[in-house]
Design a protein. Structure first.
Ligand code: ADP
Ligand code: MG
Length: 378
């Protein structure tokens, strides 16, 4: 059991930086996820924690000890890779026992540990098989078993489920979460899949281009993304972004701050929506400027089906370009004449392609981002 701390950690390869000053504190027993697009530095960060890569700068601490100069085998960590890395000529038992044998554990100790891990992973009946006689999911379980028998202070996972089919991934996701509950050990899990991150992580670190974008619990990331990148990365279908002009009311409009698709000085056409009064003060300095408006698909409703009250100036007209029935919900791909966006509506919604539709935006849930920095304004 151990906490893991990264202090301003850098990794440079011949002048180009793959990891740029990452600082993270992972408390003991946490399931911590590193997520981000391919090439953003997740594996490099994990490999520096494991000691498989040397940090160019910064400090790495595991269990209260600075480990920059500690070799991987003495860091008390175990890593599970995407490609399993099992020995093909060895049985499951031998694969799991191998690392312990190398470390000089007694035969009895090895037997006990492998037996226990096999029970935890529900594969006691597979111990005599060779990897080629196993399914993808079973092989992955052996790879996890090999980590468990080590009883490490920290588990490191690098995209361990990427080679599995969609259904098995969901099942293994749950098994790993249960494993974490049972072992109560710090786990650091790398994935490019935001669904895996959201469903498994106690906390999630979103990375981009070697930088940390935000570290937060799943729902906090979802509801309060600190910038446009995080907002767009977490959630499916992703958040809608529309560039809007912020202006005060025009003649005949309700008092307040309005967001407009078109510059009001040039045209009064297009989407016009009014901020709820609570937001007025915050956006004051942006009046007369452009910002990026963000709204999640589930916060856009078909007015016909929307029984509850909605705030003044929150309705929008659009044309439906495509309807995608998903079974439990429907996605409407919409166009305002200038911008495209997607709404997630009830499965019984009867809206048809090419039809015009009146929508209501849930203005309580909207996001505004600075167009230059991408940072949230609200
Ligand atoms: P991720 O795991 O998020 O997909 P990586 O950590 O593997 O990303 O890689 C981050 C960046 O570092 C990438 O641009 C990659 O090309 C670069 N990189 C990784 N390993 C090396 C290496 N050994 N030499 C040079 N560049 C590398
Ligand atoms: Mg990687």
């Amino acid at each position: 059991m151990a906490e893991v701390i990264l202090k301003n950690v850098w990794k440079r390869y011949d002048g180009t930086a793959a990891v740029k000053g990452v600082s993270i504190e992972i408390p003991d027993k946490e399931f911590f996820v590193l997520v981000g697009p391919s090439g953003c530095g997740k594996s490099t960060t994990l490999r520096m924690i494991a000691g498989l890569e040397e940090a160019s700068d910064g400090e790495i601490w595991i269990g209260g000890k600075k480990v920059n100069d500690v070799p991987p085998k003495d860091r008390d960590i175990a890593m599970v890779f995407q490609n399993y890395a099992l020995y093909p000529h060895m049985t499951v038992y031998e694969n799991m026992a191998f690392g312990l044998k190398l470390r000089g554990y007694s035969k009895k100790e090895i037997q006990d540990r492998v037996k226990e891990a096999a029970e935890i992973l529900n594969m006691s009946n597979l111990m005599h098989r060779k990897p080629k006689e196993l399914s993808g999911g079973q092989r992955q379980r052996v790879a996890v078993g090999r980590a468990i028998v080590r009883k490490p202070k920290v588990f490191l996972f690098d995209e361990p489920l990427s080679n599995l089919d969609a259904k098995l991934r969901v099942q293994m996701r749950m098994e790993l979460s249960k494993l974490h509950d049972r072992l109560q050990t710090t786990m650091i899990y790398v994935t490019h899949d935001q669904v895996e991150a959201m469903t498994m992580g106690d906390r999630i670190c979103v990375m981009k281009d070697g930088d940390v974008q935000q570290i937060a619990a799943p729902l906090e990331l979802y509801n309060s993304p600190s910038n446009r990148f995080v907002a767009g990365f977490i959630g499916s279908p992703p958040m809608n972004f529309i560039e809007v002009f912020i202006s005060e009311k025009l003649q005949g409009e309700a008092k307040g701050v309005w967001l407009r698709e078109n510059d009001p000085q040039i045209s009064s056409n297009g989407m016009q929506i009014k901020l709820i009064p609570e937001m007025n003060e915050i956006v004051k300095s942006y009046v007369g400027k452009k910002v990026i408006f963000g709204i999640r698909p589930e916060n856009i409703y078909d007015k016909l089906f929307h029984s509850g009250g909605f705030s003044e100036g929150s309705s929008v007209k659009a044309t439906i370009e495509v309807v995608e029935p998903m079974g439990s919900e429907k996605y409407l791909y919409l166009n305002t004449g200038k911008n495209n966006f997607v709404a997630r509506v009830e499965p019984h919604n009867s809206a048809k392609q090419q039809q015009d539709i009146d929508l209501v935006f849930n203005m309580e849930t909207i996001h505004l981002f600075d167009p230059d920095s991408g940072k949230t304004i609200l």
